[in-house]
Each structure stands twice: as structure tokens, then as C-alpha cells.
Write a protein that binds this ligand. Structure first.
Ligand SMILES: Cc1cc2nc3c(=O)[nH]c(=O)nc-3n(C[C@H](O)[C@H](O)[C@H](O)COP(=O)(O)OP(=O)(O)OC[C@H]3O[C@@H](n4cnc5c(N)ncnc54)[C@H](O)[C@@H]3O)c2cc1C
Length: 459
């Protein structure tokens, strides 16, 4: 039987077929065949999404063999890639050519196309989600035609975050910048102190994050700024990644978590120990931006992450403290708080609002599965009282109605989707549960408003 597990081993997709196209014509051939069989089709990137957004019962397409860097224009600082290129490959390529992506999340192994599909982001209030750095992208539709969508087109806003629901991205062109170094500084901070300086801190620093050890009042502020100073010796980066990242945060942390099988409440002491090790000191180091953005993730985990309006950050964190203690949840280290600039992508959690993203996770240790779902559900309920929007690559508990009320362009997105893929080739159960079902009239009106002739924008 064909199967594909996601990175966290949380879910298994069992498609009828798995295809590994090597070229655009292979991809077009797959679309032609799927049109005939009338089955469904989904692309999987690196399978790093925690939910089942890439699952299908029909054909699963992996782009791992379709991963060439097509073109690099040093003058315009634009790089064009096949859709199977990973963030890691793109970052290495940029770095070899004196270029860099302006902001990155902590994971390098997503595909760029997969990450854009779900609104992947880093942190920095002047930096948008990854899709904001797209200059253009090509989308192969169920009809076999290709849309080339450029920044400035209304379709760029409509489909820059598309949940893999509309077609197959085949090519992306990204705007990069000159390779840069970052000076990273970390220091302990109280929530009150953060509240007092939040707006200055966010505007004065390129990249800002907060790390919180649940069950303590210990926060760490992480800032990173562009610098021309020389980079620290490789030993420093080796220590950060191997000792702090892999050994302490992953391996030692995992073995400590095993003790919670005897007594879950020991999480409190584990978090306190980790907080003393990681959050209490002041350190700084200088490295190339990708060295600084990246964090190694060895421990399989489940995660939820929600974007809430920026001005609600501190109030929400206080409520989260209270919720955890009031309901006696045992919450693992760390809770991560990031900041993202607003954009105009119809399905971006940062649509037209600067946002604070709050992520909380549960490590999944073999033979020890903590019962974390009630905690995730309670956090989601709390988040909804703050008009939060969930990260499309993580777990979600929001209803259709809630989503329809949270995204001003929700109905338009699904109407456009149905117009471009009337036979629902790119739909799956996960999408169907969320989607607005447009009527024929919705589609006709949308067509009149946006398209003079059928698919006039299609090459
Ligand atoms: C350890 C870890 C760390 C993470 N860190 C961050 C972080 O720092 N910031 C953040 O925002 N997120 C983070 N995430 C979430 C992750 O970035 C997203 O889930 C992302 O979508 C994963 O990319 P992927 O290539 O694995 O996509 P997949 O999970 O494989 O697919 C995601 C969606 O994209 C669609 N898709 C993929 N490729 C294409 C294509 N070519 N055309 C059309 N649709 C396509 C799929 O069908 C699916 O709907 C992290 C996840 C993990 C596991």
C-alpha cells in the first residue's frame, strides 16, 4: 500500500498512487491523467505540516525530483526555482551567490512552495510571511493551463497563500537581498517589562521573539539585528547548535520528559531547569542570517500556532498563564512568541493586521504520548476570544463559521477556488471541512467582477 507520513509521524496519507515528476511536462501529464480519472490530487512538499492538509485518496505528487534552481539575477537579487526546492537548498544557493532571504522561520527543511502555501513566517514586525518575498509564481491549474501570477496582480493577493487547494505551484521567483550578518542578543525579561517597551523594542530591532517557560514567570527576549561586525568563531555556532540546540533542548529535554510518565507535574521542575539554563543569562553572537534563524528540531512534536492582533500580545499571554494554572495543564517548554508584518494575502493570518504569533507544542516521545489535546483545544478557544487566526500548517480547531468571520475575503477565496477547479481535483477532507461552498450565482458574479472572459489571465 502507498503511504506518506508527515514529519511528526502524526498522520499517514494513503493515496492510490504516489508520483515523482522530474519536469514540467511530467506534471502536466499527471494533470491530464487525473482529469480523465476524475480523482483527486495533492502535492506534498516536505510533509512538515502537522495537520492533514496534503492528504489525498487519489494521487499524491512529491516534487523531490523537481528541484532545480532555474535562474539567479544578482543585479535584481531575484532567484527563480522549481517548486520542489527546499528552503535549505535556496538558502545555500543564495549564500553562495552573496544573497539571502530577508526573514526565515526556524525550519530549513520545508519546500519553499509548501511553506508559502501555508503562510510560513519568521519574526520581525517589519518582515512579512514568506509569500511576501515572492515576485511571481506559476500555478498549474486543473485545466492544464498555467497562470503566471506577479506581485501587483489581484491574483497575487488572492493566491499567495492558497493551502494547496487551487493548483500546483511549479515555479517561484523570490526577491532576496544582499547576504547579511545578524547580531543575536538574548536576555531575560519579565512580561511587565516587555509590555512597557514592546512597541519600541519591535520597531528598534529587525527581528524579535519571546520565549516563555510555561509554569514559570521566566521570559527571554531574543533580538537580532543586521551588522557589519565580524562573525563569531565557528565554535560559538557549533556550541549553539550542538550543545544548546541538539543536546540540551532536544536530547536532555527528551530524557527529562520521560520522567513525567511517573508524575506529569514534574514538567514544572523541568521547565524551571530549562529556564535556568536557557532563559536566565545574557548572551550575544554574530553569524550569517541563516545560522541565526535556524534552530535544530530533533524531537517530534505536535503544535498549534495562532496569530493574534499585535496589541493583544501581553493580555493574551497573561490569560494563557491563568488558563494553564487554572486548568492544571502540564505544558512543555517552550511557548514561542513571534511578530509578523501585515500583508494583503486573502488567506494570510496576518491579512491587513500586524500580528503576534503564539506557538505552543507537545513533544511526542516514543511510548509516552502526553494527553495534550485538551490543552490545545482550550488554548484555541481562548485564542478565538482574541480573534486569532490559526497557522495553516499546524493543528486547528476553528469552525467554518469562525473562519468565515475571521477572513474578510474568505468567501471570495473559495469562490475563486471553485471557479479554477470546478471538479475539485485539489480538494481533500481537511479542506472540505473548512471550505465555504459557493453557489453557482456566487461563481457567476465573481466571474463577472474579476474575469472579462473565461480565464483571460491564463497563458
Ligand atoms: C520542525 C518544524 C518547524 C517549523 N517551523 C516553522 C516556522 O518557524 N515558521 C512557520 O511559519 N512554520 C513552521 N513550521 C510549519 C511549516 O513551515 C509548514 O507546515 C509548511 O507548510 C511545511 O512545508 P512543507 O514543504 O513540508 O509543506 P507540506 O506540509 O508538504 O504541504 C503544505 C501544503 O502545501 C501544499 N503544497 C506543497 N507544495 C505545493 C506546490 N508545489 N503546489 C501547490 N501546493 C503545494 C500541500 O498540498 C499542503 O496543502 C514548522 C514545522 C515543523 C515540522
Amino acid at each position: 500500500m502507498n503511504s506518506w507520513k508527515n514529519w511528526a509521524n502524526l498522520s499517514k496519507c494513503e493515496p492510490k498512487k504516489i508520483q515523482f515528476p522530474k519536469s514540467l511536462s511530467d506534471l502536466k501529464q499527471i494533470i491530464t491523467e487525473t482529469k480523465i480519472t476524475k480523482e483527486t490530487l495533492k502535492v506534498v512538499g516536505h510533509g512538515n505540516s502537522y495537520n492533514t492538509n496534503f492528504h489525498t485518496e487519489g494521487t499524491l505528487v512529491s516534487l523531490k525530483d523537481f528541484n532545480t534552481i532555474q535562474e539567479t539575477n544578482i543585479e535584481t537579487q531575484q532567484v527563480s526555482i522549481d517548486a520542489g526546492v527546499s528552503i535549505n537548498k535556496l538558502v545555500q544557493h543564495c549564500s553562495n551567490n552573496g544573497l539571502a532571504l530577508s526573514s526565515l522561520g526556524t525550519n530549513m527543511f520545508d519546500n519553499v512552495a509548501g511553506a508559502c502555501s501555508t503562510g510560513h513566517h519568521g519574526s520581525g514586525i517589519n518582515y512579512g510571511i514568506l509569500s511576501s518575498y515572492l515576485d511571481s509564481f506559476d500555478l498549474l491549474l486543473a485545466s492544464g493551463q498555467t497562470l503566471t501570477i506577479k506581485k501587483g496582480d489581484w491574483l497575487y493577493d488572492a493566491l499567495g497563500v492558497h493551502l494547496g487547494a487551487v493548483g500546483i505551484i511549479t515555479k517561484l521567483t523570490l526577491n532576496t537581498e544582499k547576504r547579511f550578518k545578524l547580531k543575536q542578543e538574548v536576555f531575560p525579561i519579565s512580561l511587565q517589562a516587555f509590555q512597557d517597551c514592546m512597541s519600541d523594542l519591535l520597531s528598534a530591532n529587525d527581528h524579535v521573539k519571546l520565549i516563555w517557560a510555561p509554569h514559570t514567570n521566566d521570559y527571554q527576549c531574543w533580538i537580532a539585528n543586521r551588522t557589519e561586525d565580524s562573525i563569531d568563531h565557528n565554535f560559538m555556532h557549533w556550541k549553539n547548535h550542538m550543545i544548546d540546540g541538539l543536546l540540551i533542548n532536544n536530547l536532555v529535554h527528551a530524557s527529562l520528559l520521560y520522567t513525567t510518565a511517573i508524575k506529569p507535574a514534574w514538567i514544572r521542575s523541568i521547565n524551571q531547569w530549562l529556564s535556568n539554563y536557557f532563559l536566565k543569562g545574557k548572551t550575544q553572537c554574530i553569524g550569517w542570517s541563516d545560522q541565526i534563524f535556524y534552530l535544530p528540531h530533533l524531537l517530534k512534536q505536535d503544535a498549534i500556532e495562532y496569530a493574534i492582533p499585535l496589541d493583544k500580545t501581553v493580555a493574551f499571554l497573561q490569560d494563557l498563564h491563568n488558563l494553564i494554572e487554572a486548568q492544571s495543564f502540564h505544558v512543555q517548554f517552550p511557548v514561542e512568541v513571534r511578530f509578523v508584518k501585515q500583508d494583503n494575502f486573502w488567506l494570510s493570518p496576518a491579512y491587513q493586521k500586524d500580528m503576534c504569533y503564539i506557538g505552543t507544542k507537545a513533544h511526542l516521545l516514543p511510548f509516552l504520548t502526553p494527553n495534550y489535546k485538551p490543552y490545545f483545544q482550550a488554548v484555541s478557544q481562548l485564542i478565538e476570544t482574541y480573534q486569532g487566526r490559526f497557522h495553516w500548517g499546524k493543528q486547528n480547531y476553528s469552525s467554518k463559521t469562525y473562519l468565515e468571520n475571521s477572513y474578510p475575503k474568505w468567501k471570495e477565496f473559495w469562490t475563486l477556488r471553485d471557479y479554477l477547479d470546478p471538479n475539485k481535483m485539489f480538494m481533500n477532507n481537511w479542506l472540505t471541512e473548512l471550505a465555504y461552498k459557493p453557489s453557482k450565482t456566487d461563481i457567476e458574479m465573481f466571474k463577472k467582477q474579476h474575469f472579462d472572459h473565461d480565464l483571460q489571465l491564463v497563458k
